[in-house]
Each structure stands twice: as structure tokens, then as C-alpha cells.
Design a protein around this ligand. Structure first.
Ligand SMILES: Cc1cc2nc3c(=O)[nH]c(=O)nc-3n(C[C@H](O)[C@H](O)[C@H](O)COP(=O)(O)O)c2cc1C
Ligand code: SF4
Ligand code: FES
Length: 567
């Protein structure tokens, strides 16, 4: 941010603009102005003005007693903040986001984007291509303002715009606080607190249940709680609802149906490890869920089942990388969401420098049921010697997409036939993403492999958050692998060269008709070996799988026969 000289040679860049300061102070109200509220306050400015200008940044820096550089650096990191300088024209008030990730691309996103650009006035409406918004079962998805349109067609979007449908609403028919409590909800938590169980007993139960982290890494949950229970206070809990992996929408499903179950699980974790504060980090795209959570947290705070710790709800700002645990912590602290170098691990030095238990929200969803029904209830599920239940987010060419809760170790052939009512008519099973864009792509010939943590590594893939995208003979893996690489390039935080440069170099190579496979493999090795975090390490999985498992897509077309030569 440069200092600028006014007409008379005075430095004007840092002169306090009292009017803007007052406006921003009014927006902030009596909320905290500590650094960790920076992203929250930036949201208030973006929501009000639809952009964040230099004068807003200057005023916010002044109010929060931060450097302008710190505010600017954070604001410009996140895709949902439109930071503009004085000379730039602000974006139109209305933004229409069209998902362009894998499943939406398969269901016509490109055509939709082109049609919408032609049909709307760019001075009034901005059409943006954005990565997965967590509704892949109803692809293609368009979001007008924050209002989601599923199975979107151009006319539906134009009709929504005409009717000014620009805000998401609270999901209907979910189990609210009263209904949850009437069904025994929070009794297990109260039992824990009243001494019916010892914390060690509950941790042992979780270890025996074989519950593993369902955010992607699959770390055994009981073991994580045990490690944290042995750390010195103060300790934090951070719940991850960033859910940005293309193909994943299970967390939204649980939130929209039964939000208190994960809150109870989290409060039990809080008791078991003797933690202090709880932070819940929700992706910005889930605007309806945010209203729901705010409402339900308010209810539980007003009429608590027991003494409650501080629970804070924090809003993401359109950055997939903030799902990575240390990046999420940076984001909660009000900084750009850049993964930290490890060690130290977040279990030792996490949120605000304290030991932190970070868990995916679905992992917490299962805690109450495991305590009430026993460790065996969970672990006795499973096929092919795998243990537990998995919530598969299934999208693509099947008849019944959606969240399917199935035994760990089920194969994709079984999942398609037993849970998804088979392939769409006229589509033949061709391949599948077993774990979203990061998890690689497998061919139909590997359709009997057990889907679980640790079972797909030998094939260069992993299950991650169990986001299954089913491909048919009408899809081309080459194009979809490119789509995945474009996603990683867009979402790379840019702090390490192999990931930042590697993803963009890979795109250049993959956009060519003929791929330089040796160079792509060399690049993939460098990215896997030298990237700081899982994003850069997993980014090459789809391209490597395309080359390894779909050789037919790389066969050169025979040259068109020259009639003269033939004669
Ligand atoms: C690039 C990247 C993105 C991630 N995104 C998410 C996410 O959106 N949600 C999530 O729960 N975990 C995500 N994770 C995994 C987290 O780092 C962490 O392992 C998880 O939140 C721990 O909770 P769990 O043990 O309950 O799974 C991501 C990891 C990486 C490397
Ligand atoms: S691998 Fe990519 S996303 Fe991860 S820290 Fe490095 S640049 Fe950032
Ligand atoms: S919502 Fe479009 S791919 Fe997920």
C-alpha cells in the first residue's frame, strides 16, 4: 500500500478519514476488535458495500490497531473479499457464482456460464466461475448472492434474479434444540459431567470403536483425544466445517438435518480433554447453515443443559486451503489461511499458541451414538475386514446421488448398485474419484476395491473425505484431471514454489492436445516431495491416475486418410 501525495505535496494516504472510521465502527458495534476478529469484520464491510476499498482497510486498521499491511494481506487472501483501490470501479452489487468443479463441469457448467454471461448486464450482475460449493449431488449449481439454485438452468437463474432471490434461507425440517432434547439429546453430555463416566473411559470407548477423523486424514479419534487430554491447560477445540473438497457435501447434510449431535459430541470432547474455548469454523458458502447454527447456538446458550464453555462461530471466506488444520487456525486468528510448517503440530501449538483438538464436524457427530450404543455398534459395521461407517458424498452419473451412509470397505460397484440405484440410463460405469479431486481417479476395472482409509494408496489414490464422483463412458478423464489441477492452482495459498508454480506449469502441459507424460511425472514427483501441505502433495493424483489407468484416452487418432495417397 503506497503513501500518496496530495495536490499540495501533503501525504494523504494515512490521514484519518473520520467519516469512514465512524461508518466501520458502527458496523462493528460492540464486538471485539482483537486481531482474531479481522475476517469477521472484513465480512461486515463486504456484506454492506459489496467490496472493500482502501479507505475501508485504512479505517479498519486504525480501529483494530493493526498495520494496514496486515489488514490488506488478510483481505486480499480470501476469494470472497473484493478489495479495490480508489481508481478501480467497484464490482456490481449482485454476484452470481457458477460452480465449475468436476461434477458441475460434467453436468454442463461451462455452457451455463457462457449463457449467463450473454443473458445478463455485466454492469449490474457479475458472473463468476467458482470452485465446488458443496452441493454436487444436484449439479450444476448456481448461487445468486447467497441463494443456491440446484440443477440450475439459465432460465431458473434469470427467474431468481428477476424475483430478487439473493439470500439463502434456513434449512427446513431439521431437528432443532427442543426436538433434539426431547429425544434424549444432551443427556449423555450431562451424564459425563455428572460423573456417570470417567473421561478415560470415554476415550477408551472411542479408541475401541475405531472412529477415525472424517475430515480426510483418518487419524484415530480416541488417540487424538488421549494425546490432548495429557496436554497442559489452556487447551482449545477447533471444529472444521470448511468442507471445500470438490465432491464433498456430507457435513452440510448432517448440519442441515441434525446440528445438535455434533455440538453434543464437541461438548463431550471439551469435557473429556478438559478444554477451554470452542471455535467452530464454517465455510462461507453455507449461508443457510450459518443462520441455522447461529440460531441453535443461541438457544442452547439461553437454556443450557449444563454449564457451557465459550463457543464461537467463525465464518470462512472462500478459501479451500483453510480446511487444512493449521491454515484454519491461522484464519481463525484473523490471518491469511496459510498452512504452518510442522512440527510443532496443532496438538502442541495450535490456536493462539495453545494445544488444540481439531476435528471434522462429522467426526463429532458420531460421538453421542457411540457412547449410547457402545463401541461395537460402530466398529461392527464394515466389509472386507474394514471397521465403521462412512458417509459417502456420491455425485456424478448415478440414479440416486446424495449422502449414503454405508459400511467402511464397501466397493464402488456395491455402492452404485445397493445405494445409488445403479448408473443413469444410457451411461456405462467408466471410472471414479474415490476421495474428491485430491483422491485421484480409478478405472471401473478397480471397482471391487474396498473404499476406506489405507486401502487405495497402492493404487495412487485415497478416500479422504469419501467424496465419490462416478464417471461414465460419456466422460473424459483427461479433461476432468485438468479441471482438478485448475482447482488446485486456484486454491494454492502460494507460499511454496512446488505447489504454486507446479500447478500452473502442469495446467500449461495438460492444456496441450498431447501431454508430455514424462515431464508431468517429473513435476508430480517434485510437487509430492517438496510441497509443505496436503494440497500440493495431492494435486498430482488425478493427472498421474489419468496417465496410469486411462491409456485409451492418450492414443493418437489415426491421421485422416488423404484421398490422393489412397488412390
Ligand atoms: C488441503 C486440505 C484441505 C482440507 N480440508 C478439510 C476440510 O474441509 N474439512 C475437514 O474437516 N478437514 C479438512 N482437511 C483435514 C484437516 O487438515 C484435519 O486433518 C481434520 O480437520 C482433522 O479432523 P478429523 O481428525 O476429525 O478428520 C484438509 C486437509 C488438507 C491438506
Ligand atoms: S502446498 Fe500449496 S497450499 Fe500447501 S502450503 Fe504450499 S503453496 Fe500453500
Ligand atoms: S457443487 Fe459443483 S462440483 Fe460440487
Amino acid at each position: 500500500m503506497k503513501r500518496t501525495r496530495g495536490k499540495k505535496g501533503r501525504i494523504t494516504g494515512r490521514v484519518d478519514d473520520q467519516e469512514t472510521i465512524s461508518q466501520i465502527e458502527k458496523l462493528i458495534g460492540d464486538e471485539s476488535i482483537k486481531r482474531d476478529m479481522l475476517v469477521e469484520h472484513l465480512h461486515k464491510i463486504q456484506d454492506t458495500y459489496h467490496y472493500i476499498s482502501n479507505k475501508h482497510i485504512r479505517a479498519l486498521a486504525k480501529i483494530m490497531n493493526l498495520s494496514m499491511a496486515a489488514v490488506y494481506e488478510t483481505a486480499t487472501f480470501y476469494h470472497h473479499f473484493d478489495v479495490i483501490n480508489e481508481k478501480e470501479t467497484p464490482p456490481p452489487d449482485i454476484t452470481v457464482r457458477v460452480c465449475n468443479s468436476v461434477t458441475c463441469e460434467m453436468f454442463g457448467a461451462k455452457k451455463l456460464i457462457n449463457e449467463l454471461k450473454l443473458a445478463t448486464d455485466s454492469n449490474k450482475i457479475r458472473i463468476q466461475s467458482v470452485p465446488c460449493v458443496g452441493r454436487c449431488a444436484s449439479a450444476p449449481i448456481v448461487i445468486t448472492g447467497t441463494y443456491p439454485i440446484e440443477n440450475a438452468k439459465t432460465d431458473d437463474v434469470l427467474a431468481a434474479l428477476n424475483k430478487n432471490k439473493l439470500t439463502d434461507s434456513i434449512p427446513e425440517n431439521y431437528i432443532d434444540y427442543v426436538a433434539y432434547k426431547n429425544n434424549g439429546g444432551y443427556e449423555t453430555l450431562v451424564d459425563c459431567i455428572n460423573g456417570k463416566y470417567k473421561s478415560d473411559e470415554i476415550i477408551k470407548l472411542l479408541e475401541d470403536s475405531s472412529l477415525r477423523g472424517l475430515g480426510g486424514a483418518g487419524f484415530p479419534t480416541g488417540q487424538k483425544w488421549r494425546i490432548l487430554s495429557e496436554k497442559k491447560s489452556p487447551k482449545m477445540i477447533a471444529i472444521n466445517i470448511d468442507e471445500g473438497e470438490p465432491g464433498t457435501f456430507k457435513d452440510r447434510y448432517f448440519l442441515e438435518n441434525d446440528p445438535h449431535r455434533f455440538i453434543e459430541g464437541t461438548l463431550i470432547a471439551h469435557w473429556a480433554i478438559n478444554a477451554d474455548e470452542i471455535y467452530i469454523y464454517l465455510r462461507d458458502e453455507y449461508a443457510g447453515c450459518r443462520i441455522l447454527l447461529e440460531k441453535e447456538l443461541e438457544k442452547i446458550k439461553k437454556n443450557p443443559p449444563c454449564k457451557l464453555p465459550q463457543i464461537y462461530l467463525r465464518r470462512g471466506a472462500g478459501a479451500y486451503i483453510c480446511g487444512e488444520e493449521s491454515a484454519m487456525i491461522e484464519s481463525i486468528e484473523g490471518k491469511p489461511g496459510m498452512p504452518r510448517l510442522r512440527p510443532p503440530y496443532v496438538a502442541d501449538v495450535g490456536l493462539f499458541g495453545f494445544p488444540t483438538l481439531e476435528q471434522n464436524m462429522e467426526t463429532m457427530h458420531w460421538v453421542r451414538d457411540i457412547i449410547e450404543n457402545g463401541a461395537d455398534w460402530f466398529s461392527s459395521n464394515g466389509r472386507r475386514e474394514r471397521k465403521g461407517l462412512r458417509s459417502f458424498s456420491v455425485s456424478g452419473r448415478i440414479k440416486k446421488p446424495g449422502v449414503h451412509i454405508a459400511p467402511a470397505g464397501i466397493s464402488i460397484n456395491e455402492l452404485i448398485n445397493e445405494y445409488c440405484d445403479g448408473m443413469l440410463n444410457g451411461h456405462e460405469f467408466y471410472g471414479y474419484y474415490p476421495g474428491g479431486a485430491s483422491g485421484g481417479i480409478l478405472p471401473a476395472s478397480l471397482g471391487d476395491e474396498p473404499l476406506d482409509f489405507d486401502t487405495l494408496q497402492k493404487h495412487g489414490c485415497f478416500i479422504g473425505s469419501a467424496a465419490i464422483i462416478v464417471l461414465s463412458d460419456q466422460d473424459k478423464v483427461k479433461g476432468l484431471a485438468l479441471n482438478s489441477m485448475q482447482f488446485f492452482e486456484h486454491e494454492s495459498c502460494g507460499q511454496c514454489t512446488p505447489c504454486r508454480v507446479g500447478t500452473s506449469k502442469a495446467i500449461q502441459l495438460m492444456e496441450k492436445e498431447e501431454w508430455n507424460k514424462d515431464l508431468l511425472e517429473e513435476l508430480s514427483i517434485a510437487m509430492c516431495d517438496a510441497s509443505i501441505c496436503g494440497l500440493g502433495q495431492a494435486a498430482p493424483n488425478p493427472v498421474r491416475c489419468a496417465i496410469r489407468y486411462f491409456p485409451e484416452e492418450f492414443k493418437k487418432c489415426p491421421p485422416t486418410q488423404n484421398k490422393k495417397t489412397k488412390q
